[in-house]
Design a protein around this ligand. Sequence first.
Ligand SMILES: [Zn+2]
Length: 199
Amino acid sequence: MPCQLCGLDHQQAHTLCHDCWNDLPWLKQHVQRQHCQILAACHYQFPIDRLIHHYKYQQQLHYQTVLSHCLLQLSLPKVDAIVAMPISKQRLIQRGYNQMQIIAKNIATQQKIALWQPIIRTAQHSQKGLSRLERLQAIHQQFKIKAEEYKRYQRVLVIDDVVTTGSSFVAMRDALQRLGCTQVEFACIAVANSKIRPT
Ligand SMILES: [Zn+2]
């Protein structure tokens, strides 16, 4: 099978060829956003930005393998369960899938740990024109604990594709702590400069 990026060389387990994989805009470090330490695999730059975009918005689901492998390159903390960043029902209907739920499932299988989703996200409205504080409050109100959910896991890893301001991670952490989680860790595929909005 040819590399999913250049289409020239043979792909490896991560579906890229050796050179394309090595040339990804690797970061593999913690970044800090609003008192949240987030482990980030890459910078949000070409070509990872394109891969994420095609995977997320254009049903290019075959990119799930390379994107899962990017997260697996990180020294992931030891946890009891993986939690994908939830998306609202309205987004789920539009998109047809939660792109991070698919990747979370891949990672849970590979790491032999549980996949968990105790949080629901209500409608994600546009945040244009809101002040920073209003935006933070709006995001916090989006994350709700599922009514039937009870504390099952204490240490969890929340994963998302692109992190900019980190506000959704902060809101997720608060919701999971309300549920009784004692350790909430974060990892993302790519981190964008908070001044630049991902497409
Ligand atoms: Zn290649």
